[in-house]
Ligand binder design. Sequence first.
Ligand code: CAA
Length: 280
Amino acid sequence: MTVPGSVAVVGGGTMGAGIVHVFLAAGSSVVLAEADAERAAIGVGNVEASLTKAQERGKLNAPAAELLSRLSTVEDLAALPADTALVIEAVPEKIELKRSIFEAVARRCPEAVLASNTSSLSIAEIARGLPGERLIGMHFFNPVPVQALVELVVHSGLPGEVVATVRGWAEALGKTVIEVRDSPGFATSRLGVAVGLEAIRMLEEGVASADDIDTGMRLGYAWPMGPLRLTDLVGLDVRLSIADHLAKQLGPRFEAPQLLRDKVARGELGRKTGQGFFSW
Ligand code: CAA
């Protein structure tokens, strides 16, 4: 299978831009939807930066400028091409925001598969009252061009043919697919957040320094980076909102440590603000 010819991505932040990058590199034409012209320009800049980095590393099979010629932007979902085959949203983890996006997209693109890049929200809940038979979780990992996994999140109302189609598209991107039942935190966020929160609690309790906790997992368990640096990379605010959601769904073992709350309140959100558990 090949990737679809026409793809739309809603949201041009870190994840959205990475998703745009991989579809452009695989041959799709991509429309990036953003709320206004300023954000659209930032999103395109993010895609450019990612493609340029890949080009410098010799990872692109065509010049970045050529791939970018297949990228366009819209500031209104009603302006998406009606024949778009796949629409992926990568906006903040707010269920009402995601639902309103899919409502507009479902009306505009009657044939499109609707995919959410949510890392923890219930796909069935996002799909409630919408055409759920074409709405799936398609969870990418940061940095999208580098991470080999796509986690497909499958709710009970989704036909097998749709799952098979989306699996084929993800594999055409060169990704390996795991299929996970729609449940809180799916497979990856549930485990990733559990380890991340425990690392923060250990730092809070003075078990070891941030550097030593991370080095322990990097060299002892061959993680590419330790759980605290990874939390900085993902964003402390993102981690906190997933933890709060999982605590509600799965109980107190996902309760966020006070240290995480304090850092988020101080605006120490990790790499993107220059300070998290480490200085960047
Ligand atoms: N295209 C674009 N950018 C590329 C690239 C490519 N083909 N190859 C590398 N890069 C980027 C890297 O992302 C990195 O970006 P920054 O400059 O912004 O840091 C930079 O080029 C350097 O890459 P290197 O491979 O030289 O650096 P490295 O060896 O330190 O690897 C890393 C960086 C890939 C991030 C690696 O440390 C790693 O794999 N870390 C773990 C990442 C991880 O666990 N991600 C999952 C996060 S959880 C998630 O995403 C899900 C969720 O729901 C929150």
